[in-house]
Design a protein around this ligand. Structure first.
Ligand code: PGA
Length: 247
């Protein structure tokens, strides 16, 4: 059965004091809720705050994870963090291939695929992100781009694709306040779902991300192939994030 999932991506935001309040509010709000089974939420925090997230969330229904991972298991890779290390801090999820990683840190399709593979090998759930730029959308190449990005991951992980999560995040909608319409998002999700089904992973959670807020989440999540969201800015406010998770 396809579960519903809402994941917060804190990006490079946070501080010990504000994190403590945010984590506590999210955990308190979610445990009080009477949501039906099959709904899950998680926060993906900067590496140094994993120990704090683990301490704050261990006994709650909120999962946590990281925002990137090395494709390598160990060794001379200064600055990198392995999937095994993330596991030691109780991570369940790790985002791979976020458009900011692709844009600012040159993560190529093959690198993203290798990271997804490393995460799965360690027992983590990679949240593999795909999405087109405004230029690519205007050129009519949205499908080509997202299928290329997804295909690289699927080729690398094989049958393990059934254990991952995919997020469609149009680059033009991230942090811009410009959300894809539910219909635009659904059209891409349907394409991705078809490709995933061919790989034996038609039932995995397929998230939408890009300027999701409490007031547009419901319309997006009502679409047939949208199983939840990857939330940036709005995940830094407990009340807003919880409202999205309940949408
Ligand atoms: P946003 O970011 O919700 O702030 O647009 C989404 C993301 O980058 O995952």
């Amino acid at each position: 059965m396809r579960g519903k999932l809402v994941v917060g991506n804190w990006k490079m935001n946070g501080a010990l004091a504000t994190n403590a309040a945010l984590l506590e509010a999210i955990a308190a709000g979610w445990s009080e809720s009477t949501e039906p089974p099959g709904r899950a939420i998680a926060v993906c925090v900067p590496y140094p705050y994993l120990v704090q997230a683990q301490a704050a969330l261990s006994l709650t229904r909120v999962a946590w994870g990281a925002q990137d991972v090395s494709e390598h298991a160990a060794g001379a890779y200064t600055g990198e963090v392995s999937a095994g290390m993330l596991l030691e801090f109780g991570c369940r999820y790790v985002i791979v291939g976020h458009s900011e990683r692709r844009q600012f840190f040159c993560d190529a399709d093959e690198t993203v695929a290798a990271k997804a593979k490393a995460a799965l090998a360690a027992g983590l759930v990679p949240i593999a992100c795909v999405g087109e730029t405004a230029t690519e959308r205007d050129a009519g190449t949205t499908e080509t781009v997202v299928l290329r990005q997804l295909g690289a991951v699927l080729d690398a992980v094989g049958r393990d694709a059934a254990r991952m999560v995919v997020a469609y995040e149009p680059v033009w909608a991230i942090g811009t306040g410009r959300t894809a319409t539910p219909e635009q998002a659904q059209a891409v999700h349907a394409t991705l779902r078809t490709r995933l089904a061919q790989a034996g992973a038609g039932d995995i959670a397929l998230l939408y991300g890009g300027s999701v807020k409490a007031d547009n989440a419901q319309a997006l999540f009502a679409m047939r192939d949208i199983d939840g969201g990857l939330i940036g800015g709005a995940s830094l406010k407990a009340r807003e994030f919880l409202a999205i998770a309940r949408a």
